[in-house]
Write a protein of this length. Structure first.
Length: 415
């Protein structure tokens, strides 16, 4: 259901800990929200704990208990940072003339319901949606600005949980989806999503826009990127914008995050035509980037390159088997003969290219083992397997692709 065209602009704004680290930053945040609210924008504010509050609480709890504090008790303690922030922000908004109300996890109408996986809880989206639409939406429609503790959840039986890394972002995305918001604004201490982690690379560039499927590959590369767990809750139809708190303006550009992730693990035939694997063997091939570059350029000039695997003594190129491959194979062979590091090549044709992807892939232990085992039991050979952050690429015999597809789907479902 799409929002009415006559409805006022509706946004969810999340302030990270660095954006609320002291009274000056807190004032800047509140002023920016008040200025936007004065335009008639409907706003929901999600706040993290101030600065390093969560780290301080964590160290204090563990040191005082000798490291023996239970996860459920620890979550209750860690939530105090956000529970304090919501009270300060709400009071400051009221002082600015903004009608506001905070939601605490002990409130009966608290909207973020999670499972009981303490310290890394997962929002139960259907339960959250009902609570949000029942208790948060009416306030928003009346022009009240709800202030909600990020990172924090509550189980169905009333226990406080924490959502773990990216928890406040996850809270913002869950709220935005249920409220059918126009945009999520993530206020951080960075100019946006950067081309590299500023702690590692000097003067990285701000990306103007990035698709969530690209971003997920960077999600754990540094504190300036969004954790992949949070990204799974992003609605594909609601853009998110990452901006810097220092501007004190919710309308600056930052980086726009578009699209959404598949929420379920699935497998598809990724290429409608067969693939061919070209294996090049030699000595110390991986130490000669010029050889790798020449081989990949030869392939790319002739056919789509589907994948590449390199170890110390070999390179395997997976190429779409389209048209006459003989000219391509001849060029690869000529390249091999020009370099002392490469010795010979072999070719395997008629391969099917399968792709397993979905949020949580990297957090599912033994997924490769499950896939390879079910194929082994059914006497289907794997002729290549590549793994990256958000997907697994598998090559099997083209004639067995449909059988392999069904078997892998079965293993992903746990059948």
């Amino acid at each position: 259901m799409k929002p009415s065209v006559n409805r006022r602009k509706r946004i969810v704004v999340k302030y990270g800990g660095a954006s609320l680290a002291d009274h000056e930053r807190m004032l800047m945040a509140v002023t920016a929200v008040a200025k936007e609210a004065a335009k008639g924008t409907q706003i929901v504010v999600v706040v993290s704990a101030m600065g390093k509050t969560t780290d301080s609480l964590l160290h204090a709890a563990k040191n005082a208990s000798g490291g023996k504090v239970e996860k459920g008790e620890l979550d209750d303690i860690l939530a105090m940072g956000e529970r304090t922030s919501i009270r300060i922000v709400t009071a400051a908004l009221k002082a600015k003339g903004v009608e506001s109300r905070y939601f605490d996890p002990l409130d009966p109408d608290w909207p973020i319901i999670t499972d009981d996986n303490f310290s890394n809880a997962n929002p139960i989206e259907e339960q959250c949606r009902k609570k949000i639409q029942q208790h948060v939406l009416p306030l928003v429609e009346k022009g009240v600005t709800p202030v909600i503790a990020g990172f924090v959840g509550r189980t169905l039986d009333g226990k406080i949980t924490t959502i773990g890394r990216g928890g406040s972002d996850a809270t913002a995305f869950v709220l935005a989806k249920a409220l059918e918001a126009d945009e999520v604004i993530l206020v951080t201490d960075s100019e946006g999503i950067m081309s590299a982690d500023p702690k590692v690379i000097r003067n990285p560039k701000r990306l103007r826009e990035i698709d969530v499927n690209t971003l997920v590959g960077l999600a754990d590369s540094g504190t300036k990127f969004i954790h992949r767990k949070a990204l799974r809750y992003k609605d594909p139809s609601i853009n998110a914008r990452v901006i810097n708190h220092s501007r004190g303006d919710l309308n600056i550009r930052g980086t726009l995050i578009t699209g959404g992730l598949s929420t379920e693990l699935d497998v598809v035939v990724a290429s409608q035509s067969p693939a061919v694997s070209i294996t090049v063997v030699g000595r110390g091939v991986s130490e000669k980037p010029k050889v790798i570059q020449e081989l990949t350029e030869v392939v790319k000039d002739s056919a789509p390159l589907l994948g590449l695997s390199v170890d110390y003594n070999s390179i395997i190129l997976y190429v779409a088997e389209e048209g006459d491959l003989n000219p391509l194979l001849k060029k690869v062979h000529e390249t091999i003969l020009r370099h002392m590091e490469t010795i010979a090549m072999s070719v395997r044709k008629q391969l099917a290219f399968l792709k397993v992807s979905g949020v949580g892939l990297e957090e599912t232990p033994g997924i490769i083992g499950k896939i390879s085992e079910i194929l082994r039991l059914n006497e289907i050979n794997i002729f290549g397997i590549l793994t990256i952050t958000s997907s697994i690429l598998i090559f099997v015999d083209w004639k067995e692709r449909e059988t392999a597809l069904k078997l892998i789907k079965s293993s992903l479902r746990g059948d």
